[in-house]
Structure formats: structure tokens, C-alpha cells
Design a protein. Structure first.
Length: 92
């Protein structure tokens, strides 16, 4: 949330580790759910790219400082869904 009215428009969330230092964490989200319906691997690549572009609003010194955590929001076990997950992880 950003500003006096707490509007959810920020590209990333930034926290401070202490009151006295200028270090902390930045978090960003990337998601491309509609694209996943037609091309799962492309949606994975675009979600990663979106998260990296969103976190660029924070002071990131090097790309190695970014840690990626992914969550596949699909009905695994249903027909074709496991293959789409594999294609996204393997080929992205």
C-alpha cells in the first residue's frame, strides 16, 4: 500500500531491517494467469520477467541478490496440467 490513502499501486514492497540502517528486503510479484491457459511455459517466463521488472523499483545491487519463489496455481493431476507444469519448469 502506498500513500496517505494506502492505495495498492506499488511495484514492490520494501521493508527495513532496523530503524538505524539502510538495509532491508524488497518483494515483488509477477503473474500471467490468463496466458497460462494458452501457453504455460510463456506465462512462466513472463511472470519471472514481470517480477524482476517490478523489483527494479528497489535498490538491487546485483541480480544475484534476487531469490525466486514460484507457486503453480493449477489443478495438478487433472488432464494435461502436469505436462504444462513440466513444460514451464523445464523449458522456461
Amino acid at each position: 500500500m502506498v500513500g496517505p490513502w494506502q492505495v495498492p499501486v506499488a511495484d514492490c514492497a520494501v521493508t527495513s531491517s532496523s530503524y538505524f540502517d539502510y538495509i532491508g528486503e524488497a518483494m515483488a510479484i509477477g503473474e500471467r494467469a490468463p496466458l497460462a491457459l494458452t501457453n504455460a511455459a510463456a506465462s512462466g517466463r513472463m511472470a519471472i520477467a514481470e517480477a524482476i521488472m517490478n523489483i527494479a523499483a528497489a535498490s538491487i545491487l546485483k541480480l544475484d541478490d534476487i531469490a525466486l519463489s514460484a507457486n503453480w496455481m493449477a489443478a495438478c493431476g487433472e488432464s494435461g496440467q502436469d505436462a504444462k507444469l513440466y513444460a514451464t519448469v523445464c523449458c522456461s
